[in-house]
Ligand binder design. Sequence first.
Ligand code: MRU
Length: 368
Amino acid sequence: MTSTTDTHSEGQRGWLQSVRWNGEQLDLLDQRLLPEEIVYLPLDSVHGVWEAIRSMKVRGAPAIAIAAAYGVFLGLKDSVEDGAISREANRRRLAGEVAKQADYLATSRPTAVNLFWALDRLKRLTQKLVQMDISHNEMKQAILTEAIQIQAEDEETNRRIGEFALELFEDGMGVLTHCNAGGLATAKYGTALAPFYLAQEQGISLKVFADETRPVLQGARLTAFELQQAGVDVTLICDNMAGAVMKKGWVQAVIVGTDRVAANGDVANKIGTYSVAVLAKAHGIPFYVACPMSTIDLGTATGEEIPIEERGEEEVTQSFGKRTAPQGVKVYNPAFDVTPNDYVTAIITEKGVVKAPFTENLAKLFEE
Ligand code: MRU
């Protein structure tokens, strides 16, 4: 596997795409190396995609989902038509392979529901394709087309989320965000960061405060990086500074992304989000959550049921490239936390802005 170092930025605004399909394989931006190096890893196997998701080379709920969709296709690429059986039997066999690859990719990370959403979407498509009079190869191609479509839809979705979110902000406001729910975490624009890009397009000035987001530093390495690259006014703060910055009156709103919204509006997001929500409430600051509909999981009743990933201790004891804690110390490292719905002012989706009562209003959104 040879990786490519990309020194040029894409497009006029310097968009860096985290997931690129190059016609034959996936070129994945290694987010572990940002902001120091821009390196694309060429991935041509489902195992490579699984590992990239698990090790957070690709991360952020929608980006994981997109990568996994291509991963399913990569897992089928060596599958050939069996001349000894019928076209229909070949399609059934391929459907079995899709299910197998999807189930495998579903074991990569547990919290972001977008991953399972994308994999289920491919499985459902496959069930339809089995009924159609198409060749094995055409069926494989249809699966790739769906992965490409998932990526294209995400870009459009995020722009709409950004438009709805921007209506909640006013020129000159300070807005705090946690983790990275930006272009790097999605196909483009991001969810929580989308309004900042749209504000910039429209000449609206917003001052963004980015929490550094311990232990993996998505806020420092990714949010500060992508906003700065785009020329958005961003100030990096350590996580433990959020309260002080709010107390100074510099923050008029908080906006974060999410990995899963339960049916009652409880929100799982990067560890530390709950603390930010509590601080926001204490200071009378609205706390907004931005996400695509695919992040809302009506099958999970409350945040209590959301599986929270726990990651290795080295993220906490050596996250600055050197040991910062004594050998053998006990470590607790949950990657996400759950913010109860009563801390959430509104959830912003591509279909509009949802407020309490969340159980009723989120369900309505799916009926529309
Ligand atoms: O562990 P990560 O970096 O994948 O966590 C990412 C987040 O928590 C994001 O806020 C969330 O996935 C939304 S991305 C639009």
